[in-house]
Design a protein around this ligand. Sequence first.
Ligand code: MAN
Length: 553
Amino acid sequence: MLWLLLLPLPLPALGVVEKTLGIAPYLVSKYVPSRSNTWTCLDGSQEIPWDYVNDDSCDCADGSDEPGTGACPNQSFYCQNEGHIGSFIPSSRVRDGLCEPNCCDGSDERPGVCNNVCQEVGQAYKTKVEEETKIRKTGSKIRSTYIAYAHKEKKRLEEVIETSTAQITAQEKEVARLRDIAERAESLSAAALEMKQQSPLYTSLITHSNALKSLQREHRKHLQREKELSNILDALRTGYNPNYQDMAVLEAVRGWEEIAGLPHINDVGKDSVSDEEAGVEEDTVSDVAQSKEEVDDEMWSAEELENDLDDLLNSDYISLLLEHDEYVQSPPEGSVLFDIASYLPDSVVPQYEEFKETILSLLVSFGIIKSETSSSTDTSRSRQVLTDAENELNKVKKDKENAENDLKEIFNIHGYGLEGEWKKLDGTCLRTENGDYTYEVCLFGEAKQIPNKGGSTFSLGKFASWNPSPDVKPGEEAYYQKQIYNRGTRCWNGPERNVVLLLSCGTENTLNSVVELEKCEYQFTGTTPALCRPLDSFEGRNGKKSNAGKDEL
Ligand code: MAN
């Protein structure tokens, strides 16, 4: 049985590490012994016996003699992971007694410590990749419709710009023409008004008005004077001394008492009748005077003069003149003489009216007769037409400006992506319920937090940028995997609310989860077909884009 002991045992079983263990595939060819059974460190610094390779003792300065052990610091150990994908782990984790998830073949540990689970892991990975591929395939088809939409939109916007440019040129001409008409109409109407003001009726009206104003002024002066005189005479009446028997004074007092309707001062109190009791009013001069005059029905009473004369004198005579002008130009109503239709049989009246309208409008357009409207109406109408035309011009200019701005954004790397794949989603709102709130994000618009049981909605911010990380280049996939929404409603005692939206490829536009990572700082996750680039633009199984150059376009 001794011979059994002499049979060669597998090296790992003896605790000896295979020479090729942990070597990256591209270096395997370098790990071959020389004829004299030596080996040169990879940096060429030393020649060592072949046995020193993977002998768990670090000999080369670059650590290349220990690819399969943890003997040299800062080395990488390659797990072959047959049945799955090979991967590197730091050599410090080799033979530490822990099974590395990246080493599904268990090669990082001594035999028997970790099971080789690469078949299962590989299978699960394959299924996952297949699923992802399926999603990406469907998603990229949807994405291509988004790109087609962007091209259509670009075409539409270019057409808008083209037509609005033409419209602006035409409308500017039209505005200039209408401005000219309005200005000419206004200066014409100013001249026409001056002419109208020369009419005898108007000048006489103004003279009457001036005369009335002067009369009113004089009348007021007289009233004032009369008041002062009556004060003097009242003082004389009550203050004179009858014992002097001055006939001039007595006559003046009696005369005043008669005009003013007052009892003689010496009789006052004799019959115990006061002035008031006798029904004598103080200011009765005008009454006395009025009682004597005959007042014509159409003449104004003293009261009307007092109350209404000011209003009359404040009349707008220019408006009256224009109204008068319109009034005299309107055809006399009910004048049968010029109503030819009334002489015609009913059956021909419609043809006659139509004929009359045509002839009248022809005469107006040739300037032979004036249109029925007044010149002041013409002026305001031409101003209105000008204003309408200017408004229309401004609207077309605004449309053009908006179209130009939109066009700039469509195929902009910082805007809707190089292929315009995001344009279709502009304003698309995604929602999800989470706890007491429904969260909403309208892409490129605003994110909101809406309470489910009433209360005020908080703005969580408006779209600010794509992934702002300095490590990520605009245009890369990672750039479009993150959107920032900021400047939302300020948090009580905290920052303004803001959102980081993490997106990944999916066949639908969805908002999947919301977490408030810090107070008032929210992280949303979602999916969108806009991120499903076509499969042929990817390489390998890690989903990294192959044509990096294209990213930087
Ligand atoms: C509201 C919500 C919360 C937030 C608090 C902060 O209740 O917006 O998400 O944490 O305000 O006070």
